[in-house]
Design a protein around this ligand. Structure first.
Ligand SMILES: [Zn+2]
Length: 282
């Protein structure tokens, strides 16, 4: 392992860390923020295999330990996936200037940066978030005001044609969790994910019954994390899009921002390994 994962305080450090792994960084775009030029990268590992897990992280800059934890565990993840014959498509930090500034949106404050689709309702109204079990007619992929997300969206279009078997988006949550430190957004297969959550509960307390709000396009939707630390919510995110396109195992992992890096790494590593197992035995 040649990995270099000293103290990571900037996007440059993070990418430098990946340069010390055995994997080539592919450029999918360049953005300029605050007079700084950022190159956007992805990594494709175990490219010869068909079954695929797509990983994204770093949408929200204040959730910086999620991308750092991914780098720390990256070699383990690749080795594990290789054994199970699973290809990985990894976007290691999608909002570099937000990461550098430790702020939610990019340096130009272009937001929202995790907004990929709109639901079209029977009356023609377009909504960014649905109430529980709400019926919609179809959905549109929408452009993002955030320039780096616009480039990401362009790059993932090819992966939407043959959707990856699984997809995980690694986030964190700042504040507002009263009852625990971890939870996850899912869309279905809750018994499978409940089993994984129980495993994670040995590392950190599961947030149960916490109330959350989603504000999308002036619509406010209230929902609650369930007893198992899971939420089913269609809110137009990248995970929602891959789910709608047919990816089978789709999860957003949330860890509290105050959690130590090692714990974040341990939790996300379990999520990723479990998804690789599910994909491999599909
Ligand atoms: Zn987030």
């Amino acid at each position: 392992m040649k990995e270099k994962t000293g103290k990571i305080t900037s996007y440059q450090d993070l990418i430098f860390g990946y340069r010390h792994t055995d994997h080539r960084l592919h450029t999918y775009g360049k953005v300029k923020e605050d007079d700084k030029k950022y190159t956007l990268y992805k990594i494709i590992a175990n490219a010869r295999y068909k079954k695929t897990l797509l990983i994204t992280t770093g949408f929200h800059g204040e959730e910086f330990n999620a991308p750092i934890a991914l780098l720390h565990t990256f070699d383990k993840i690749v080795t594990y996936a290789k054994k199970r014959r699973v290809r990985l498509i990894v976007y290691p930090c999608v909002n570099p200037s937000g990461f550098d500034l430790r702020q939610r949106y990019n340096a130009s404050d272009e937001q929202p940066n995790n907004d990929f689709m709109r639901y079209v309702m029977e009356n023609g109204e377009e909504l960014g978030v649905l109430e529980k079990d709400e019926h919609f007619v179809h959905y549109n992929i929408v452009d993002s005001p955030a320039k780096e997300v616009k480039l990401l969206k362009k790059d993932i279009l090819k992966y939407l044609l043959i959707p990856p078997d699984g997809m995980i988006d690694l986030h964190q949550q700042e504040g507002s969790l009263e009852n625990g430190e971890i939870y996850a957004y899912v869309f279905d297969r809750t018994p499978l994910y409940r089993r994984i959550m129980r495993k994670l509960g040995k590392i950190a307390p599961i947030a149960k019954n916490d109330l959350c709000t989603s504000n999308e396009d002036r619509r406010e939707v209230f929902y609650r994390i369930n007893e198992d630390g899971l939420i089913v919510l269609h809110d137009g995110t990248i995970t929602d899009l891959f789910y709608q396109k047919g990816s089978k195992f789709v999860v957003t992992s949330e860890t509290k921002t105050t959690m130590p890096l090692e714990k974040v790494a341990a939790i996300n590593l379990i999520w990723i390994k479990e998804l690789i197992n599910l994909i491999a035995s599909k």
